[in-house]
Design a protein around this ligand. Structure first.
Ligand SMILES: [Zn+2]
Length: 382
């Protein structure tokens, strides 16, 4: 027996994860992770005695091949080394969301490796909760192509490893976009339950994530999609979550809860239309951590998030929840990497919706809840 660790949570991070640039003016700015980390430092979260800080390592080619096709992985390696791949468009790489760039292989392999380190820390019992904030944003990447800023799908790679070692995994994705790549990876299996709450595909990339996508074969009923309407705010989002996620996860009885904590649901996010606040997001994290505590193992990754202030605050608040650290209300005044931040919570939040809009948004959420219950609850004896 080894001594039990004092740490209640781990953070897998290195500034190396924040240094690359996808292209000039690209909305996905890895520097957001450094902004986050410096806010964690300034606010005292990093000094928490219950926090274990761990460096990432690059995922090996063999690990990446758990999910991705060899010819795709080879193409990314060639592009990353500055070489030319004539059919790169077939692999989803080109000007736009997934630009070719030198270093693309190394930075993405390091991100995937960070998620693997977090997963190993939880799997070994070193900590009950581990957070790899660089991960998760690759949740659109498919086995044979890049998609939506995603190159190597770290969540799919890590979950495949857990599933291959005989563990049951529940994946809950609260990013504003449908977690289509992770869903696709486990669409045919009943060993991994995927649940994605997101803005509906008729309004937002990637155009999928409808309730009817419930899995296939042995996986029928194990893919759960919870689309929400633009302008959905905290209270309605959380009410929807509460009606679906806890009963499904508890009935599935996972060995590991794997959560994707995208914060592009934020009302100031420039790419999306849900209207959550950092306190609404944190309330979701609290609920997820409570669910994860029931199985004793929670792996958390980051995700989308294109408003720099929202990212820095929300993931600092998430890390504080994981370590039981009491954050101050105010963002420390000497923190100046993101301008204009005053409090961790959004005060004020978004303005209340006009009555007719609020009614439509609520009706959409209620229809989604009813449809999800009809589509999959029976499978879980609910
Ligand atoms: Zn997203």
């Amino acid at each position: 027996m080894t001594e039990p660790s004092r740490a209640s949570a781990a953070l897998v991070y290195s500034d190396e994860l924040s240094r690359h640039v996808l292209s000039p003016n690209h909305p996905m700015r890895p520097v957001r992770l450094r902004y986050m980390h410096e806010l964690m430092r300034a606010s005292g979260v990093l000094d928490s005695p219950s926090l274990l800080q761990v460096e990432p390592r690059p995922a090996s080619r063999e690990e990446i091949l758990r999910y991705h096709d060899a010819d795709y992985v080879d193409a990314v390696r060639v592009i990353g080394a500055g070489g030319i791949v004539p059919n790169m468009y077939e692999f989803g790489i080109g000007p736009g969301d997934n630009p070719p760039r030198k270093g693309i292989y190394d930075s993405t392999a390091l991100t995937a490796g960070g998620t693997l380190v977090a997963t190993e820390l939880v799997q070994s019992g070193a900590v009950p909760v581990a957070f790899a904030p660089a991960g998760g944003v690759h949740h659109h990447a498919m086995s044979n192509r890049a998609s939506g800023f995603g190159v190597f799908n770290d969540a799919a790679i890590a979950i495949r490893g857990l599933a291959d070692s005989g563990l049951r995994v529940a994946y809950v994705d609260i990013d504003c976009h449908h977690g289509d790549g992770v869903q696709a990876a486990f669409y045919g299996t009943d060993r991994v339950l995927t649940i994605s709450l997101h803005e509906g595909g008729q309004w937002l990339f990637p155009g999928s994530g409808f309730v009817e996508e419930t899995g296939e074969g042995a996986g029928e009923g194990y893919s759960v999609n919870v689309p929400l309407a633009p302008y959905t705010q905290d209270e309605l989002w959380l009410r929807t979550f509460d009606q679906l996620v806890p009963p499904l996860v508890r009935s599935f009885k996972p060995d590991v809860l794997f959560v994707q904590l995208g914060i592009d649901t934020h009302f100031k996010d420039p790419l999306t239309h849900l209207q959550l606040t950092t306190q609404g997001f944190t309330a979701a994290v609290t609920r997820l951590l409570a669910l994860g505590a029931e199985c004793g193992r929670t792996v958390a990754v980051g995700g989308g998030g294109y408003d720099m202030g929202a990212v820095a605050r929300a993931w600092t608040m998430a890390m504080a929840e994981m370590t039981g650290f009491a954050l101050p209300e105010q963002v420390p005044p000497d923190y100046d990497l993101v301008q204009g931040l005053t409090t961790f919570a959004d005060v004020p939040g978004p303005p209340p919706l006009p009555d007719d809009t609020a009614g439509e948004v609520e009706q959409y959420a209620d229809q989604t809840v009813a449809a999800v219950k009809k589509a999959v609850f029976g499978r879980f004896g609910l």
